[in-house]
Design a binder for this molecule. Structure first.
Ligand SMILES: Cc1ncc(COP(=O)(O)O)c(C=O)c1O
Length: 397
């Protein structure tokens, strides 16, 4: 049997499909290396990546500062759990909390978005003594039992049958629907403040303010799932506290995706009030807070700061919105910063495919007319110009 590395697309895709269970429908790319907004395939093709591997490549692919920090940590200590203190972990927690809205004072680290949401819901139940969680139609919160039960998007919830009891669906953007459902059993209201997979659906700032008021009135924990919106994606560090969100700050923010630039890591940021309810052994995780992930978190946040990526997101978003006005098939551009949904008059899937043929990676969504862009935060105006020209051609000139 040959142990020679296989490099052709056919060989590698056949090998992977033979030995790996099906997950997503894959693009015909064998990813080999990345640099900034570019993904290089094994056959030498170069792709402009406006999707970032499910919004993970926030700092861009293999940002040298992040890579170096990870390498240095690997040489010192790959891992030890929360049974010991670690300067790397302490610094990551300090850095993350320092960037968060002031009332969120403590971090819990885990390994993924779904796990962040599971822990956030659990903390809300501890804090209130109540069981029920209100989430929203169109929201996606992950694939583990509690998180998938909180997901009222498409058929995802069905995949998690039998669902965890106590999950209740309200209408996104409709505060009356939430008021009707909130009662003495409600532990938390949890939402993606911008519903990404649903097609980048936003709400008015008043909606978030009303949710905050309702939670304050009734002692309900407000959780923002910022797995996609967090870590600079909207042009602010977090959607929480931002002008687009009416300056509302929830009781818990959950994070993952871009937080480790590709090293798996999730986090919950919580208020003192919630933190005070958590005792030793209430929460636990083997890998959460591991040193390599923590080095990646600190370096990711520092790279975003050093490179001025938040200002870049805001400036390049404005440029993109301006340029997209030239494309008559674009009905609307939804979202904020680099979490954008381009709504077309017709189906987005063929446009996604035509762009891929032009070596531009974008994302689709549950809204068949919306193409999603979740590019690295270092995307440049010239990349936008290239995208718009290719889009024009993909649409037939
Ligand atoms: C808003 C949101 N929450 C949670 C998750 C789940 O994150 P993970 O896949 O890291 O478990 C996702 C993943 O796409 C997400 O978009």
């Amino acid at each position: 049997m040959s142990t020679e590395p296989t490099t052709t697309f056919a060989a590698i895709s056949t090998l992977e499909e033979r030995y790996q269970l099906a997950t997503y429908k894959k693009m015909p790319i064998v990813a080999e290396r990345g640099e900034g907004v570019w993904l290089y395939a094994s056959d030498g093709q170069k792709f402009l990546d406006l999707y970032g591997g499910h919004a993970v490549a926030g700092t861009g692919h293999s940002h040298p500062y992040v890579v170096k920090a990870i390498q240095q940590q690997c040489e010192k200590l790959l891992f030890y759990s929360n049974l010991v203190y670690s300067e790397t972990r302490a610094r990551a927690a300090e850095k993350l909390v320092s960037l968060a809205p002031a009332s969120l004072t403590k971090a819990f680290f885990c390994n993924s978005g779904t796990e962040s949401n599971e822990n956030a819901m659990r903390m809300a139940r501890f804090a209130t003594g109540c069981t029920n969680i209100i989430t929203f139609s169109g929201g996606f919160h992950g694939r583990t039992a509690d998180a998938i039960s909180a997901t009222f998007l498409g058929k995802y919830r069905e995949l998690g049958k039998p669902n965890v009891p106590g999950h209740i669906e309200a209408e996104f953007g409709d505060i009356d629907s939430v008021r009707e459902l909130a009662d003495e059993n409600t532990a938390a209201i949890m939402l993606e403040p911008i519903q990404s997979m649903a097609g980048v659906r936003t709400a008015e700032p008043d909606f978030y303010r009303s949710l905050r008021e309702l939670c304050d009135e009734r002692g309900i924990v407000l959780i923002y799932d910022e797995v996609q919106t967090g870590v600079g994606r909207t042009g602010d560090w977090f959607f929480a506290g931002s002008a687009a969100g009416g300056h509302v700050v929830p009781d818990i923010i959950t994070l993952a995706k871009a937080l480790g630039s590709g090293i798996p890591v999730g986090a919950c940021l919580v208020t003192e009030h919630i933190a005070a309810k958590i005792k030793e052994n209430d929460l636990g995780t083997t890998f959460g807070g591991g040193m390599v992930a923590m080095a990646a978190v600190t370096a990711t946040l520092e790279a975003i700061e050093q490179d001025g990526m938040l200002a870049n997101v805001r400036a390049v978003e404005t440029h993109l919105r301006e340029r997209l006005k030239e494309i008559e098939q674009v009905v609307r551009v939804r979202g904020h910063g680099f979490l954008l949904g381009i709504e077309f008059a017709d189906k987005a899937a063929p446009i996604h495919q035509a762009l891929l043929e032009r070596r531009i990676i974008t994302g689709t969504s549950n809204d068949s007319k919306v193409l999603r862009l979740l590019p690295p935060l270092c995307l440049h105006a010239s990349d936008v110009d290239r995208f718009v020209e290719e889009l024009r051609e993909a649409l037939g000139g």
